[in-house]
Ligand binder design. Structure first.
Ligand code: GLC
Length: 569
């Protein structure tokens, strides 16, 4: 496998207004990225110092998880002030410098916007609690009288996504309850209220004016609620669920798109949308709404050729009519790290079935995660990389109870292991914690790093041409230069059931072997990159290879049914 990197200085940013269609976006979880001031918490100074690492990795944009002042009831997704930076992470001036410095290196910035809920310490919610029932301050939220003779029961049976009722009583004598689809410290906003619309449009402009290239919209399909607060039913028709995927949401995003489009370099809207129905999902990506949304179907898909092919086909088919690019996502700060998940008997991901302590073969998981990464890089559309994915970090599962932070763990009574295990501080260098995350002698990191991560540090992997980091660097470098055209379609090639094989353009092909039998490569093809060693020139199990076809389109000669095989993004 070749490892020569293009000199970083010569890398051009994706220049045109459609850069987002094929961008590689790197997700920065600031608290765990790099700690410059030695308090055990990652910070903006740490990110600024590591910008060359991100440029050299070959990413086009950085998405920052919420960096705003927050009481951290949900690790920053409970925002107390949308126009400022958490002092533990830095200052607004420093964020502005970071945005500008990244851009000077050819890397754009995307910030996280949380419109469904705010922190219970946000001035709006404090004012609401201090005001009586029926006051204008309470109308920005969902305050309702309780059910039961004395209002002692929640207004309805909605359940919080973090467990328990979605309602909390204001106090034990108060007649009212308020809605929170997540933790009680995250009261839901009332999106029928004009203040809520105006405030968010202003927040968008605030960050767009500071040079950010776009926003990632948290819980984007949950904002609008049924004003009647009807109970959930198992079989609600599309658009009829009381708090998910309701049609008025599209009016909000059309307004936001107009704001984004009003900039000389139009800003980009990326939705966090967990919806099982690909066609409902794609409605958010119509030309006057969001630009892209995370493809969680691919993220959750088991490592099986049939399921993977179906997931890829259905994503491309759903995106084509709205002319939006698909996104390819293998992980984020909410889900089990891929090397762990792919090393288990059940390789799919679902919040409902996530359990700690499942037997895991990490070597196998790592092999598969590498193959999945090269597959994702080869697909038409844009790609997301969650920090540490490029290092092949595993999920940390043995976090002591007293060190756990995630409300998901607490509110599920420990049934759900929570998300702390994928949020462990990155290992940069050295042979013991904090592995260069903080300087020596710094405070203990906010989550402990394992003792056996020395081989996974950036420094160690940079020395090793077979490392996962080397694979990501080389794969992303090649992704900019391979002989395919933009985000045009892919064409499936004939293959056995254990293999996924597709072409893009006439010269490029990607093969993934899921099965135990080695697969011979087509004669005359050059290997551009492989996720693992090719044994005797053949593709072993759980390996992906990129090929440059020798002759123009030998692939077409193999095709059996003309354009029926084509899938376009
Ligand atoms: C999103 C975030 C998650 C957060 C939740 C509530 O799903 O990715 O981390 O807990 O929204 O804001």
């Amino acid at each position: 496998m070749a490892t020569t990197a293009t000199p970083a200085e010569t890398r051009e940013p994706l220049a045109d207004a459609k850069w987002w269609r094929e961008a590689v976006v790197y997700q920065v979880y600031v608290r765990s990225f790099a700690d410059a001031n030695g308090d055990g918490i990652g910070d903006l100074a740490g990110v600024r110092a590591r910008l060359p690492y991100l440029r050299d990795l070959g990413v086009d944009a950085l998405w920052f998880n919420p960096w705003y002042p927050s009481p951290l009831a949900d690790n920053g997704y409970d925002i107390a002030d949308y126009r400022s930076i958490d002092p533990a992470l830095g200052s607004l001036a420093e964020a502005e410098r970071l945005i500008a410095e990244a851009r000077a290196l050819g890397v754009r910035t995307i910030v996280d916007i949380v419109p469904n809920h705010i922190s219970n310490e946000h001035p709006w919610f404090r004012a609401a609690l201090a005001s009586p029932a029926g006051s204008p301050e309470r109308e920005r939220f969902w305050f309702r009288p309780g059910a039961g003779d004395d209002g002692e029961l929640p207004p309805n049976g909605w359940q919080s996504i973090f467990g328990g009722s979605a309602w909390t009583r204001t106090d034990h004598t108060g007649a009212e309850w308020y809605l929170h689809l997540f933790a009680p410290e995250q009261p839901d906003l009332n999106w029928t209220h004009p203040d809520v619309w105006a405030e968010h449009e202003d927040v968008l402009r605030f960050w767009f004016d500071r040079g950010v290239a776009g926003v990632r919209i948290d819980s984007a399909a949950l904002l609008v609620k049924d004003p009647q607060l009807a109970e959930e039913t198992a079989d609600s028709a599309p658009g009829e669920h009381p708090y998910m995927d309701r049609d008025t949401l599209h009016d909000i995003y059309r307004r936001w798109r107009a704001v984004a489009d009003s900039y000389e370099e139009p800003r980009v809207l990326v939705g966090e949308i967990w919806l099982p129905d690909p066609d409902r999902f794609a409605r958010y990506l119509r030309p006057d709404e969001l630009h892209t949304a995370f493809n969680f179907d691919f993220l959750a898909c088991p490592w099986e050729p049939g399921a993977m092919r179906t997931s890829i086909e259905s994503a491309l088919a759903a995106h084509a009519p709205v002319d939006a690019p698909a996104t390819w996502v293998l992980s984020n700060h909410d889900v089990t790290r891929p090397v762990t998940r792919y090393g288990r008997a059940d390789t799919s991901f679902a919040f409902e079935s996530r359990r700690a302590g499942t037997p895991t073969d990490l070597a196998r998981g790592t092999r598969r995660a590498r193959a999945a990464a090269l597959l994702a890089m080869a697909l038409p559309g844009s790609m997301y990389i969650y920090q540490g994915e490029e290092l092949g970090l595993p999920e940390v599962e043995d976090i002591p109870v007293e060190r756990r932070q995630d409300p998901l763990w607490r509110r599920s009574g420990g049934l759900d292991p929570g998300r702390d295990g994928c949020r462990i501080p990155l290992p940069w260098t050295g042979d013991r914690p904090p592995y260069g995350f903080s300087r020596d002698g710094a405070e203990r990191a906010w989550l402990d790093q394992p003792d056996d991560w020395a081989p996974l540090t950036v420094a160690a992997q940079s020395e090793d041409p077979t490392s996962t980091l080397a694979l990501y660097r080389e794969g992303l470098r090649l992704r900019r230069s391979v002989p395919w055209s933009g985000d045009g379609g892919l064409r499936w090639l004939p293959s056995s059931d254990a293999v996924l094989a597709f072409a893009r353009g006439d010269l490029f092909a990607c093969l993934v072997n899921f099965g135990p039998d080695p697969v011979e490569l087509p004669p005359g093809a050059d290997v551009l990159i492989a996720s693992n060693v090719l044994e005797g020139g053949a593709l072993a199990q759980d390996t992906t290879v990129w090929l440059r076809q020798a002759a123009p389109d030998p692939v077409r000669q193999n095709r059996t049914k003309g354009r029926d095989d084509e899938a376009h993004s």
